[in-house]
Every structure is written in structure tokens, then in C-alpha cells.
Design a protein around this ligand. Structure first.
Ligand SMILES: Cc1cc2nc3c(=O)[nH]c(=O)nc-3n(C[C@H](O)[C@H](O)[C@H](O)COP(=O)(O)OP(=O)(O)OC[C@H]3O[C@@H](n4cnc5c(N)ncnc54)[C@H](O)[C@@H]3O)c2cc1C
Length: 344
């Protein structure tokens, strides 16, 4: 019988999928070697960090390549700290490391699961800060040529939960990320849950502690309950559509975007379809946060979770005429599945 490898502990949804093989790369040259070896056999390769932004819909027919390239190198000048971080460092450990070293700037991005290499892909963000605000460069290996390329922050084309890497995952392996943190620290407390904090007295460590507490209250711990954080992105719509919606739903929360468009809360939309806590087989909507789908007892299948997501998508579309887009990547037998195939 052909050997297969369990992926349950490699995805935070804890979906019980299998792959043909799993390899771990600790260096750039081994990463490329493993990738080429698997690719030469005509098998697909999926580079993975912590599996906290993916949903396996079925078994994976190729190689899972875990990027564990380590290293945190810190230099400084008069005005800023520059961090060069290996893709295989855990993001939340990096945040704690900087806080302990009295280097502020990452505190709002505390407790985001996953690895540094995945952070630029969807331009991670939380509590009013996005990676794009502190990212100086991203180093990636072009898997076809084997060449290492440095993308400047503007070349990464960061947008809300988006970057150039999001749509060409099979092309690049991110190996390190450069961050630039200003010494002249200003707390970012615009987010409504932080707005009551005293901006003149608060320290980076206090912001970190505060966010740590709210996140642990609000979000399920993947160790106990399978989940991948927010399943859908917050939809961004034009002002004309937004005005029509606000007439019907005057309490609908919204956020102005720099380009004049309006960002809505996907959680609010789902909640107002009366779906909070909705159970679908072994999958469910987290009762404390409607944007989070959960694998309650860690026995739901990927397709069960996807079916729940489709149900939510249709309900929100019917009620608000808004079409949600998944933030989580859907992984099929041969690689990523275009969400349009599922959500039509
Ligand atoms: C409880 C919880 C809370 C969360 N909160 C937030 C939040 O506040 N903000 C936020 O933005 N996200 C959040 N997330 C989502 C997730 O943590 C982030 O998207 C994270 O950056 C994913 O990292 P990862 O290493 O787990 O990526 P993975 O899930 O392993 O990979 C994600 C995608 O990137 C690709 N990939 C991974 N590493 C590389 C690499 N080195 N090179 C090329 N491709 C790669 C994979 O193939 C996959 O397609 C949350 C998730 C959970 C479970």
C-alpha cells in the first residue's frame, strides 16, 4: 500500500487530510532542491508555514514543503531598527521577541498565528496595522529560474489582504522578510477597541498585553477548536452601493478607504443573517465571532466546512446583494482551487 502522510497537525482547521509526502527545508538551497525534486516527478508542491490560512478540501496528491528557514537579524541606525527575518520564524514569536528587546512597532500584530514567510502573502493585518506599513522588502526564490529576487515594499503591491504573491503562489517561495521599525514610536489606537487607551501614557508592551487579552477572549484557540481566523475578507464596495445599503441598514458599520471606497464588516453581515452559532454537521459559525468558521470537535471534513462557507455566501448575497470573498485559501487534490469555482 502506498504511504501517505497526515496533515491534521499541519493545518489549524485540523482537517484530517493526507499528502504523498512532507519535507522540511531549513535552508534556501534545500528548499529549492526539494521543490525541484518533487516537481521533476510531475507532482504538485505546496509550500506551507503554519497552515493557519488554508482549508484542505481533499487529500493532497503531492509534496508538502514546510519552510523552516530561521534567523532574526537586527541592525539599527539613529531613526530605525531594521529586521531581516527568516520565513520559517513564527510570527507571534517574532512579535514577542521585539517587545522583549524594547523594539516597538509590531505590538498591534500580536498573536497572529503562522510563519513570517506567509505574512506578506495576504498582507496580514490587525487592530489598525498592516504588514505593508512596516515591510521594507520581501526576498523570494523564483522557483523556475532558482534565482533569488528582492521585492521592495512597493513592488509587493500590498492591498487589503492582498499582494502580488497571493496570485502567483506556485511561482515564488518567500525565504525572508525585511521590516523597518521607527524608533520614534507612536501608538496606533484608531481601532474602536483600543480607542479608550491613553495615547500619551501607553507603552508598546501595554498595547501588546491589551491586544493579547482581547484576541484570546474573542477568537477560538486552534489547539482546542479547529479554525483559520476570519474565513471571509471584509467586502469593499463603492460609495453609491454603500449609500443605498445605509438607507436600509443605518447601523451598518463601515470604514472609509483611501481610494474613496467603503469597507464593510463581513462579520456584521453574517451576524445580521442570524447565522451566529449556526451549526452545519460538524462545522459551525463561532458563536462569539460570526466571521470565524470552526471545526467543533476536529472531526469535520474540509468539504463540510466549505459547504458551510457556501451557505453563508448565499445567505449574505440574498440579503445584502454582497458577494463575500474567502480570505482562507482552498486547497484541493492538485493545489489551490479558485474560490470562484466554489462560490458561484
Ligand atoms: C486564530 C487565528 C487568528 C488569525 N488572525 C489573523 C489576523 O488577525 N490577521 C491576519 O491577517 N490573519 C489572521 N489569521 C490568518 C493567518 O494566521 C495568517 O494569514 C498567516 O499569515 C498565515 O500564516 P501561515 O504560516 O499559517 O500560512 P499557511 O496557512 O501555511 O499558508 C498560507 C498560504 O501561503 C502559502 N505560503 C506559506 N508560506 C509560504 C512561503 N514561505 N512562500 C510561498 N508561499 C507560502 C501557502 O502555500 C498557502 O497558500 C488568523 C488565523 C487564525 C487561525
Amino acid at each position: 500500500m502506498e504511504r501517505r502522510f497526515q496533515l491534521k497537525s499541519l493545518n489549524t482547521f485540523s482537517v484530517n487530510a493526507f499528502s504523498k509526502s512532507i519535507v522540511t527545508a531549513h535552508h534556501e538551497h534545500t528548499l529549492l532542491k526539494f521543490w525541484r525534486k518533487a516537481y521533476s516527478k510531475g507532482k504538485p508542491v505546496l509550500i506551507l508555514g503554519g497552515g493557519s490560512n488554508i482549508l484542505f478540501l481533499e487529500n493532497y496528491s503531492g509534496t508538502i514543503l514546510l519552510n523552516r528557514i530561521k534567523g532574526i537579524f537586527i541592525t539599527e541606525n539613529k531613526t530605525e531598527w531594521q529586521l531581516h527575518v527568516g520565513a520559517g520564524e513564527k510570527w507571534d514569536e517574532l512579535v514577542v521577541h521585539t517587545i522583549k528587546k524594547n523594539i516597538p512597532g509590531l505590538e498591534n500584530l500580536a498573536c497572529i498565528p503562522g510563519y513570517v514567510g506567509a505574512a506578506p502573502i495576504q498582507n496580514i493585518g490587525a487592530y489598525g496595522v498592516e504588514l505593508s506599513q512596516i515591510c521594507e522588502y520581501v526576498d523570494a526564490i523564483d522557483l523556475c529560474s532558482g534565482k533569488k529576487i528582492r521585492f521592495t515594499c512597493s513592488e509587493c503591491d500590498f492591498k487589503y489582504r492582498d499582494s502580488i504573491f497571493r496570485n502567483c503562489l506556485e511561482k515564488y517561495a518567500i525565504v525572508s522578510v525585511g521590516l523597518r521599525l521607527r524608533k520614534r514610536w507612536k501608538p496606533i489606537l484608531d481601532y474602536h477597541e483600543l480607542a479608550h487607551l491613553d495615547k500619551f501614557r501607553i507603552t508598546p508592551r501595554q498595547v501588546f498585553n491589551f491586544i493579547y487579552i482581547i484576541r484570546h477572549k474573542k477568537l477560538p484557540d486552534p489547539v482546542l477548536v479547529g479554525n483559520a481566523g476570519s474565513f471571509f475578507k471584509n467586502p469593499i464596495i463603492d460609495i453609491k452601493t454603500a449609500r443605498c445599503l445605509f438607507q436600509i441598514y443605518p447601523n451598518m458599520p463601515y470604514y472609509y478607504q483611501k481610494d474613496g471606497r467603503i469597507k464593510l464588516s463581513a462579520g456584521w453581515l453574517i451576524e445580521h443573517c442570524q447565522l451566529k452559532g449556526y451549526v452545519f454537521g460538524e462545522a459551525a459559525i463561532y458563536p462569539k465571532q460570526a466571521l470565524v468558521l470552526i471545526n467543533r470537535k476536529k472531526i469535520a471534513t474540509g468539504t463540510e466546512i466549505a459547504a458551510l462557507a457556501l451557505y453563508i455566501y448565499n445567505k449574505v448575497a440574498d440579503k445584502f446583494n454582497i458577494y463575500l470573498q474567502p480570505e482562507v485559501r482552498l486547497i484541493g487534490n492538485y493545489g489551490e482551487i479558485n474560490p470562484k469555482k466554489l462560490f458561484m
